[in-house]
Design a protein around this ligand. Structure first.
Ligand code: HPA
Length: 261
C-alpha cells in the first residue's frame, strides 16, 4: 500500500481511461488485472472505508488486458448510513484520476424468470427506489434520465454473442436495503417491469453520467429474488454458478475496457 499522493502519481503516469467498481463477492472477476499500485479507501480523499463484509475497500491502478484502468474493489452503500455524496465518492475519484468510462458491477437477485443464479444482465435502466435524498451534488430536476450508454450495452451484447450467449439488457431496481425484499415487494417490482433487484449502482450511475462519464453496468445474479424460486437452490450449485459468472463477468469487463473511447 502507498500513500495517496504516490498512488495518484502512478495513476497519472498510467493515464487510465476506464474505472471498474467490483461489487459483493465479485473480486474474482479481476483476474486479468495487473496491479501497479493500490490504496485503501480510507487513504483516498472523499472516500470512506466500506463496513460490509466481502467488500475489500481498495482502490488500485494497473492494466486490464493491457489497458490502463482503475479498479475499485468494493463500494460504499447507501444502507451503511452515508449520504449520497459519500456513496458517489468513488465516481468523483475516478473522474478526478482521469477516467472517462465507468463500469459498475453488482450482485443482484433475479426477478425475470430468465435470470437464473449465475446469469449476467446488462443494466439498461433503473428504478431508483432509495430513501430520502441527501445529495446536494445536483439541483432539483438535474441529472440524466438515461445514464447507461447504449453503445456499451451493444458492446456487451456483441461480446456475449461471440461466446454463443444472449445477454439480457434489463431494468435494475435499486432499493435501500440492507434486508432483502419481501415476496410482495418483489411482485410489485415485477409489475413495474424490473428484471433484477439490488442495493447499489443507481446513485453511482447517475452521478457518473452527470459528470460526463460514459457508464456501463452489469448485474451478476446470485439468487432468484424473494418468492421467485420454487425450489431452494442447492448451495454447491449456487457456488458453481457464481464461479462461472465471475469468469464470464471478467471477460465482459475486459471487452468494456477495450471498447473504443
Ligand atoms: N435482493 C437485493 N439485493 C441482492 C439480492 C437480492 O435478492 N441478491 C444480491 N443482492
Amino acid at each position: 500500500m502507498v500513500a495517496f499522493a504516490a498512488f495518484a502519481r502512478t495513476a497519472a503516469a498510467l493515464a487510465p481511461r476506464a474505472a471498474v467498481v467490483l461489487g459483493s463477492g465479485l473480486g474474482g472477476a479481476a483476474a486479468a488485472f495487473v496491479e501497479r499500485a493500490a490504496v485503501p479507501f480510507g487513504a483516498v480523499p472523499g472516500l470512506v472505508p466500506p463496513s460490509v463484509h466481502g467488500h475489500g475497500g481498495t482502490l488500485a491502478v494497473g492494466e486490464w488486458s493491457g489497458m490502463p484502468a482503475l479498479l475499485f474493489r468494493g463500494r460504499v452503500h447507501f444502507y451503511e448510513g452515508h449520504p449520497w455524496e459519500v456513496v458517489t465518492g468513488t465516481v468523483r475519484t475516478a473522474a478526478e484520476l482521469g477516467a472517462r468510462r465507468l463500469v459498475l458491477t453488482n450482485a443482484a437477485g433475479g426477478i425475470n424468470p430468465a435470470l437464473a443464479p449465475g446469469s449476467l444482465m446488462a443494466i439498461q435502466g433503473h428504478l431508483k427506489l432509495l430513501g430520502p435524498a441527501a445529495w446536494r451534488g445536483l439541483a432539483a430536476g438535474d441529472g440524466p434520465v438515461r445514464p447507461y450508454a447504449a453503445r456499451l450495452i451493444e458492446v456487451m451484447g456483441a461480446h456475449e454473442r461471440t461466446g454463443g450467449r444472449e445477454l439480457l439488457a434489463g431494468l435494475y431496481a435499486a432499493l435501500t436495503g440492507p434486508s432483502y425484499e419481501t415476496p410482495a415487494e418483489i411482485r410489485a417490482l415485477a409489475a413495474c417491469g424490473a428484471d433484477a433487484v439490488g442495493m447499489s449502482t443507481a446513485l453511482e450511475a447517475e452521478a457518473a453520467a452527470a459528470l460526463g462519464l460514459e457508464v456501463a453496468a452489469v448485474s451478476c445474479v446470485t439468487n432468484k429474488a424473494a418468492g421467485i424460486g420454487e425450489t431452494a437452490l442447492d448451495h454447491a450449485e449456487v457456488l458453481t454458478n457464481a464461479a462461472l459468472a465471475v469468469d464470464r463477468l471478467g471477460a465482459l469487463l475486459g471487452a468494456l475496457i477495450r471498447a473504443p473511447y
